[in-house]
Design a protein around this ligand. Structure first.
Ligand SMILES: Cc1cc2nc3c(=O)[nH]c(=O)nc-3n(C[C@H](O)[C@H](O)[C@H](O)COP(=O)(O)OP(=O)(O)OC[C@H]3O[C@@H](n4cnc5c(N)ncnc54)[C@H](O)[C@@H]3O)c2cc1C
Length: 289
């Protein structure tokens, strides 16, 4: 089912979960187990990220198709501009259409491992805006996009640029946006307010990162520009070596964050699961909707 139909037909906020395509058979078995466990919280849809090259990209297509055919969950396929010509992108979209996949999250993408910056391939696209325009012209897909309440690390004018490009993504055909994760809801609320003033009216769904390993979150946050507030660092710092305690506190913090977002009337909560079900299930079960 298209994201737009799911949104129209769902009462209350959409709970969704994001996964990455594993590289090994063991990782893949874990993913299917995780998807199965997450059915308990009835996600409105699940999304699968798109890697930076060759076989990871094939895995996204295979996993998204299996989710649709075998799990009863509604999948969204992430798609990026990295390493692909328009011809290759068209072929992939044709394959998705033939397989009945109707939802694409259109992104520029991160540079492949070992490369410090994104490079446009000849005959490819430089920005998510170009990809959105291209997908819309292929007809039949409901398109989502990414956005950054704290500003994308490459945006010279910070949040102002991201709002401008979010508006452009909307005008080109994106029907919703999912944010980079953040820990300070005030930044998201401010972003939303400014975006609305600039004419953004599509749902901007907050991305939620439950912390289960603080070292990992510090690494991710340094790369993607998400701020770790002092209060959060101060609470995690003394227990960072004890993963059970980190998980317990991570669930407590994310539950409080999500409840405040729900109370403010957000359109949904998108969980970055990192292919683990436990924290997301605990958080969703603790929420009052
Ligand atoms: C919800 C979500 C899911 C993600 N999934 C994946 C994934 O599956 N695979 C993956 O590789 N990465 C993924 N990412 C990471 C994402 O690819 C990176 O953040 C990437 O660096 C930017 O992607 P984008 O689509 O936001 O790019 P863009 O919107 O193109 O933005 C990239 C930079 O270019 C600028 N810009 C945007 N449009 C224009 C324009 N028209 N002209 C000039 N400048 C412009 C922006 O200000 C920004 O600094 C995801 C991120 C999020 C938030």
């Amino acid at each position: 089912m298209k994201w737009s139909d799911i949104y129209a037909q769902t009462d209350g906020p959409l709970i969704s979960c994001e996964f990455f395509p594993p590289k090994t058979d063991k990782g893949e078995q874990n993913l299917w187990r995780c998807l199965n466990d997450l059915k308990a919280i009835k996600p409105a849809y699940v999304s699968v990220t798109y890697g930076a090259g060759g076989s990871t990209q094939d895995r996204t297509q295979r996993i998204v198709t299996r989710i649709k055919d075998e799990t009863g969950l509604s999948p969204i396929a992430h798609l990026t501009c990295v390493g692909s010509t328009q011809q290759q992108l068209r072929a992939l979209l044709d394959a998705y259409r033939a397989a009945g996949i109707e939802n694409i999250l259109a992104l520029r993408g991160d540079p492949p491992e070992g490369m410090s910056r994104f490079e446009v391939v000849q005959g490819g696209f430089a920005h998510a805006t170009d990809l959105i325009d291209f997908i819309r012209a292929q007809n039949g897909f409901c398109i989502g996009c990414a956005t950054y309440p704290e500003g994308h690390p490459e945006s010279p004018n910070g949040v102002a640029d991201d709002i401008r490009y979010l508006k452009m993504k909307q005008d080109l055909g994106a029907e919703y946006a999912i944010t980079q994760y953040f820990f300070d809801n005030e930044r998201y609320f401010r972003f939303l307010d400014q975006a609305e003033k600039q004419g953004v009216h599509i749902p901007v769904i907050p991305g939620i990162m439950p912390i289960t390993n603080f070292d990992q979150i510090e690494r991710f946050s340094a790369m993607c520009g998400a701020t770790i507030p002092d209060w959060l660092r101060n609470r995690m710092q003394p227990i960072r070596g004890d993963l059970d305690e980190v998980k317990r506190l991570g669930i407590e913090i994310a539950t409080r964050q999500c409840q405040q977002l729900l109370d403010a009337g957000v359109a949904g909560l998108h969980f970055y699961t990192l292919n683990k079900a436990e924290a997301t299930i605990a958080i969703v079960n603790a929420l009052t909707r």
